[in-house]
Ligand binder design. Structure first.
Ligand code: ZN
Length: 174
C-alpha cells in the first residue's frame, strides 16, 4: 500500500524510533509499504517515520531495476564503523525539491536484521554509503538539513516552506 509521505514540520520525523522486537506479519506489511511508497515517489530510500511509523525500519534501493530485486530492507540498523569524509548533494522525500551539499562519511559498515530476524551486515560507499547514513539518521529523528550551518538552514527551510505554500501545501516548523 502506498502511504502519504510526511513532510518537514511533521513531529513524527523528529520523534525517533523504537527497536523492533517482533518479526511478524505487521513488520512485513510495514516493509512492503515502505518499498512500494519509495518506488512510487521515485526515491532511493525511505524510513518508517516518513510514513508515520515509529519502528526502527528503513528500505534502500540504489539499483537501476527498481523492481524489488535489489532492495535492502534494514530492521534495527546501526552503524558499526565509518571512515573518511566526502561532500555530496543530497535531498529527501520529506523535503521535496530541496537539494544541498553536505559532508558524510565516505564508507560505512552497518549491521541490521532482515524481516525474518536474521542478523546481516553491509558495507557501503558512494550512493549506497550516503543512503545508509541518511536513512539511519531518520531513525534518530535527524534530517540532512541538520548538517547545514544554522543560518543557511534557516534560509533554505524558509524558501522551501514558501515554495510549498505556493503549491498549496501547508507545513509546520521542524
Ligand atoms: Zn530523507
Amino acid at each position: 500500500m502506498i502511504r502519504p509521505i510526511r513532510l518537514l514540520g511533521d513531529p513524527v520525523l523528529r520523534s525517533g524510533t523504537r527497536i523492533v522486537e517482533r518479526f511478524d506479519d505487521e513488520l512485513a506489511a510495514l516493509i512492503d509499504d515502505l518499498v512500494e511508497t519509495m518506488y512510487h515517489a521515485d526515491g532511493i530510500g525511505l524510513a518508517a517515520p516518513q510514513v508515520g511509523d515509529e519502528r526502527r525500519v528503513t528500505v534502500i534501493d540504489v539499483g537501476e531495476r527498481r523492481d524489488g530485486s535489489e532492495v535492502i530492507e534494514l530492521v534495527n540498523p546501526r552503524i558499526l564503523s565509518s571512515s573518511g569524509t566526502i561532500p555530496s548533494e543530497e535531498g529527501c522525500l520529506s523535503i521535496p525539491g530541496l537539494v544541498e551539499t553536505i559532508e558524510r562519511a565516505a564508507e560505512v559498515e552497518v549491521e541490521y536484521r532482515n524481516r525474518s530476524g536474521a542478523t546481516l551486515s553491509i558495507r557501503g560507499t558512494d550512493l549506497l554509503g550516503r543512503a545508509l547514513q541518511h536513512e539511519i539518521d531518520h531513525l534518530e529523528g535527524t534530517l540532512f538539513i541538520d548538517y547545514l550551518g544554522s543560518l543557511q538552514r534557516r534560509i533554505v527551510v524558509q524558501e522551501w516552506k514558501k515554495a510549498m505554500e505556493a503549491k498549496g501545501v501547508a507545513v509546520g516548523d521542524g
